[in-house]
Design a protein around this ligand. Sequence first.
Ligand code: HEM
Length: 408
Amino acid sequence: MNSSTTQGDTETGPAILDMDPFSDESLNDPFTSYERIRDAGPVVYFERYQNYAVARHAEVQAVLKDWENFSSALGGIGLGDIRKPGAWRPAGPIVEADPPGHTKVRALLTRLLSPAVIRTWRESFERDADELIERVVAAGTFDAVTDVAEAFVFDVFPRAVGLAPTDRLAEKLVLIGELNFDGLGPRNARFLETERRVQEILPWYEKSYQRDNMLPGGFGELIFKAGDEGEVDPAICAGLLRSFLRGGMDTTVSAIGCVLWVLATQPAQWARLKENPSLARGAIEETIRFDSPITSFYRTTTRDVVLAGVSIPADAKVQVFLASANRDPRFWKDPDVFDIERSTLGHVAFGAGVHACVGQMIARLEGEAVLKALVRRAEKIELLAPPTRRLNNCLSSFKSVPLRAIAA
Ligand code: HEM
């Protein structure tokens, strides 16, 4: 037996849990569920889905940083095993690859999305954010999710990619994000309903990330050119673009919707940001620590592993609760307090290790552009009505956050 010990030295079994982390009850009160999972032990086992899980910061980080024992490629990053018949999607060419194959693809994206490249986007993102915020503040009342987060992200990001225009773009992109993140979890009623709703737009979706749908000048075109030049296998280029559509937008929409909700409901935080707009970066970082857009995904063990003294057999699915690690009191002081001035070093909302989010600079740029425009143009923002959440297996987000802005 090829056994590997990543932490701890005495071997025990995992704590067995009979709860459903994907029930409406759990998703409506996720932080209570996470506490229960964390308190049960460093590694738990969900009877219902027959998978292992980690929810404490130390073990989440250990799993994310250990691709050799906890693979993204072997069974994919969802609960359903991508090797088994009926897998609902093909493996993602970057997020579901391990080194050495992953390294080459990652090097291309790191080059195309380098800090120097992203800096050249800053001016136009800030201008677009300012125009949008000027309009919504002038209107007085608006929805933080549809009128700001979606309106901004679904405009600037598809343009940066070079996605050809289409009707109902926002509606289509929301659905694709829902499908992707529901699809990482079980084939429950929530997933099946999303799968049903998405059918109508699937023909558009499958065409959207192909070469002939890319406008000249976007980074979509650059990815296909890199394929032509042999930097990566040309057969994976469309799949790479698909990864951006699936994971690069709803995540950022979630973060922007959430930060506006917190700032509208915590006037002291708003006042600090208004006083010092350079805290916008910290506000985005704290938001994704506090309410992490991607709540969990999976790895598959490549061999028998002992983690924090708990044995996990080879070929087991391990659920990694990012959102729980980011609220773990074993790591964070006052984890349930939102504080834009806290040090968020060590948060795992962007993942960690070889797969750490390659688009994090873009997400920060988008979030900062919106926040800076808002504190410049609004004296304060207030919640008009209770927000509504969009329940999803693996994405935390609001569907609607109705706000009023008082112009500065
Ligand atoms: C607040 C917004 C975002 C959050 C919270 C987020 C979160 C994450 C996380 C947790 C991972 C790690 C996945 C894993 O380990 O299996 C990841 C990877 C990735 N993200 Fe993001 N992301 C965000 C925005 C973006 C954007 C704007 C892009 C677009 C460029 C993007 C593209 C990617 C890609 C391509 C990967 C795969 C990287 C790899 O496997 O090497 N993400 N993201």
